[in-house]
Design a protein around this ligand. Sequence first.
Ligand code: NAD
Length: 460
Amino acid sequence: MHIAVIGTGYIGLVSGTCFAESGNDVVCIDIDRQKIDSLKENILPIYEPGLEELVRRNQSAGRLTFSTDLAAGINRSQLVFIGVGTPQSESGAADLRAVWAVADAIREQADESKIVVVKSTVPVGTNAKVAERLNKGPHKHRTASNPEFLKEGYAVDDFMKPDRVVVGARDSEVAELLRELHAPFLRSGHPLLVMSPESAEMTKYVFNCMLATKISFINEMANLCERLKADINDVRQGMGHDARIGFQFLHPGVGYGGSCFPKDVCAMIALAKDVGVAPRVLQAVDQVNESQKSVLLGKLLALFDENLADKTVAVWGLAFKPRTDDIREAPSLVLIQQLLEAGAEVRAFDPEALANVKRVFGDRITYCDRAYGTTERADALAIVTEWQEFRNIDFEVLRRLMRRPIIADGRNLYDPAHMAQLGFTYASIGRQTTGPDLPPAPTLTLAAKTSQPVGTEPIA
Ligand code: NAD
């Protein structure tokens, strides 16, 4: 098939490349000329394992091209995918300006009827509005919704082997064409589900809201565990082995970030309010997440007698999750800003995201290209993102490098008892702090119940 993908960001680039890999002729279009020029040279704007090799192979095979010329791109294509960004607007709702701009451009520049597929995450009803906009022009275009469920860090694999493909289409011919397009990815028998565009749009938001809810839920339980002297890891085991619950997305941490969960939860809240439904659960999910991003700062302050001025804090892990260089809404940015405001000196390391973080903080922090080197003369180490390389650490080396052996681990990478044996003071999430340099323990009194620990503010 001849396919145009408009918007060559994370989703557009992965989708376009994987469609080319399965034998289609694909042009990826973007308004960002610099991005397109780099892609023509096989220089990718993002880090995603396995993607560069696929871009290189398909581009050299002539199945994948990059262009800024929308008219030429769509007029050689039967299927046109819209994969532009839908960021959060001031009001919390999704900002659909890029989607409308592309729909208008297709209407004005297409020289015949097209099938236009919205892959961007968009509020329920957007597909119908895209169709309405398109069909004000000379040609009658057909539309579909095909939301994307891939995870950054595993994007190629997820796209090639999806658990399911969702297609929202009222036209059965369009649905069949999309079934044919996805057939190579569904050989293992996973389904392609055809539904209305409204249900497809809703599925994507409900999916992201569910995952975000699980994260905020376990984080709230972790904060409670700390106060009640329980261990969230044991609790996870106790509940996760039950098939009704399972383990996925129930890892306590420093809150979710990235380009999807935060904005999609807010978009769903806005959508609910629009139709007169109180989004009580989702509001709580968002609020818990916002406060969870401050949990590590709270732990560090407690360990340093509420004073971080002139302390050096090493930060490991800046991307919003491992295996990506994406720092959109990353909890690390909140922590670094808080540390700077508290007067601390920050030394930061991430295997992939340093350049992106440098664009945010400039020379206000020190960027290190090695994990161990980051901790040199540090008073504390804060772990924000669980890159694989942080799991097996030579703690002897770490202790020699650090000024004080203090770790605030936002991802529960190590065993608290073992860390204490090694001489570290070790604070983690939902578990008791261990080691020689303990902060005063919160007591289980009425005062503790009414005080307001960081990360557990009451929800209005
Ligand atoms: P992105 O910001 O990485 O990429 C968007 C691209 O669209 C940019 O390159 C931008 O230059 C381009 N663009 C903007 N306006 C344009 C126009 N008028 N014409 C051509 N190109 C234009 O965004 P992303 O992360 O790829 O997300 C895209 C959509 O996919 C969003 O709706 C997002 O919610 C959804 N989504 C993202 C993920 C993810 O993991 N990133 C997963 C599932 C769904």
